[in-house]
Design a protein around this ligand. Structure first.
Ligand code: NAP
Length: 286
């Protein structure tokens, strides 16, 4: 059976020659990040999402090296939250440190990450501009292939038009059936900004929802799998996190089956807007 948006797809990024694997693997609050990333890579995940905040960039780098998989076959994303002293050079230096923790390079090959994001718009207008300028320099230095944002609302993206020379390739948002980001996603899509979806299984906190349970039973799946499948069928790039090998496998079991139009319509009714978010919601920050 043909699968819509297979996890084996690599998705083009607007304005970039790079492509990004459709299914990601998140490492926020990973218990043993090095081992979990190694297991994820062994199972076939090829897109790893870390951040300075998670304090495990070095573990991700160590796992990638230990895996024996060529660096070019693994897509690595990291993020920085706040600028250093609102100073572009100091902020850039902190970004370079992240890159060298993840990939210090090898022989003649320079280390790099595939995508570096501004983690949150919460640093305010000046902070956002400093972070973006530093990312533009990081990209020009070849230390990141592409740059993007996370948790940006339309106002932050519009504001960027006044200072950005490079357009963000992606906006990483909390997206799942209970928080569908209907104000933000069409805005991003109209500008070619790809959506990567964090907390895609709502940290397993809503898996008892009757609609999801009903759909899961009809497909012989778990409600968390229904949430990931919904995300894929919507065209997003979900980033489920699990430290458990069986759940990592379950989160990849997405090919060869489809949610029906009726399933998708039922899931559409679950949206609670920003109230359905489980993480802090900085999309409206000034
Ligand atoms: N940009 C941002 O501001 C931001 C914010 C939050 C997260 N993120 C990124 O997005 C990633 C995912 O988000 P998240 O970790 O917050 O939430 P999530 O992926 O929705 O949920 C992870 C939790 O759900 C459990 N889980 C995973 N798969 C499961 C399954 N099949 N059945 C039952 N339980 C399952 C995991 O437990 P086990 O580990 O025990 O399986 C873990 O406790 C993060 O790791 C991070 O990389 C980004």
């Amino acid at each position: 059976m043909a699968t819509t948006n297979s996890i084996h797809d690599r998705v083009p990024l607007t304005g970039s020659s790079a492509t990004i694997p459709r299914l990601g693997y998140g490492v926020y609050k990973s218990d043993d990040c090095r081992q979990s990333v190694l297991t994820a890579l062994e199972l076939g995940y090829r897109h790893i999402d870390t951040a300075q905040l998670y304090r495990n960039e070095a573990d991700v780098g160590a796992a990638v090296r230990a895996s024996g998989i060529p660096r070019k076959d693994i897509y690595i994303v990291t993020k920085m939250q706040f600028p250093v002293d609102n100073d572009v050079e100091k902020t850039l230096e902190r970004m370079r440190e992240s890159v060298s923790k993840i990939d210090a390079g090898e022989g003649d090959r320079k280390g790099y990450v595939d995508l570096f994001l501004v983690h949150t718009p919460a640093s305010g207008p000046e902070g956002r501009q400093v972070l973006w300028k530093a990312l533009e320099f990081l990209k020009a230095e070849g230390l990141t292939v592409d740059i993007g944002v996370s948790n940006y609302g339309p106002r932050h993206l519009l504001e960027m038009e006044s200072y950005a020379s490079v357009t963000p390739v992606c906006n990483q948002l909390e997206v799942h059936p209970f928080c569908q980001q209907k104000d933000v996603i069409p805005f991003c899509q109209s500008r070619g900004i790809l959506i990567t979806a964090y907390a895609p299984v709502v940290r397993n906190r809503r898996s008892d929802n009757a609609i999801l349970v009903g759909i899961a039973e009809a497909h012989g799946k778990h409600p968390t799998q229904i949430m990931i499948k919904w995300s894929l069928q919507k065209g997003y790039l979900p980033l489920p996190k699990s430290d458990n090998r069986e759940r990592m496998k379950a989160n990849m079991d997405m090919d060869g089956w489809e949610l029906t139009e009726a399933d998708m319509a039922d899931i559409e009714t679950l949206d609670e807007g920003p109230k359905g978010a489980i993480c802090p919601y900085p999309l409206n920050s000034p």
